[in-house]
Design a protein around this ligand. Structure first.
Ligand code: AMP
Ligand code: ZN
Length: 115
């Protein structure tokens, strides 16, 4: 989608600290981290949010890739014993970038921390 920052990042048109990529997702460091490990896992295809993924024909492949990415990132950053995977769905949940993404946070005892 034109003018979508995460579409541009997924196409490598904007510089980020990329930590993982496969056919369906990219993952990169959040520019405003809330924990020592804060990675965004982002489908390459533009989907507005998790709710809209429900009607996407690729949803099983995308969620499978998100699962693989989360496990690989947890291994890469040593957080397999404790991380949180969060998606803010819609403005009332605090979504600010309207391209589906999952925050993987960890690297400390998280308590009740959200995004
Ligand atoms: P949300 O509020 O759930 O939509 O999360 C959007 C996240 O994207 C925030 O945590 C931002 O810090 C992050 N973000 C926005 N633009 C960029 C960017 N260019 N590179 C890395 N992270 C970004
Ligand atoms: Zn997009």
């Amino acid at each position: 989608m034109q003018d979508c920052i995460f579409c541009k990042i997924a196409k490598h048109e904007i510089e980020t600290e990329m930590v993982y990529e496969d056919d369906f997702v990219v993952a990169f460091k959040d520019m405003n981290p809330v924990a020592p490990v804060h990675i965004l896992i982002v489908p390459k295809e533009h989907v507005n949010n998790f709710y809209e993924l429900a009607t996407n024909s690729q949803k099983a492949l995308i969620m499978g890739a998100v699962t693989d990415a989360a496990a690989a990132i947890a291994d890469q950053f040593g957080t397999s014993d404790g991380f949180r995977l969060i998606t803010n769905n819609g403005k009332d949940a605090g979504q600010t970038v309207f391209h589906l993404h999952f925050h993987l946070i960890g690297g400390e005892v998280l308590g009740a921390k959200l995004i």
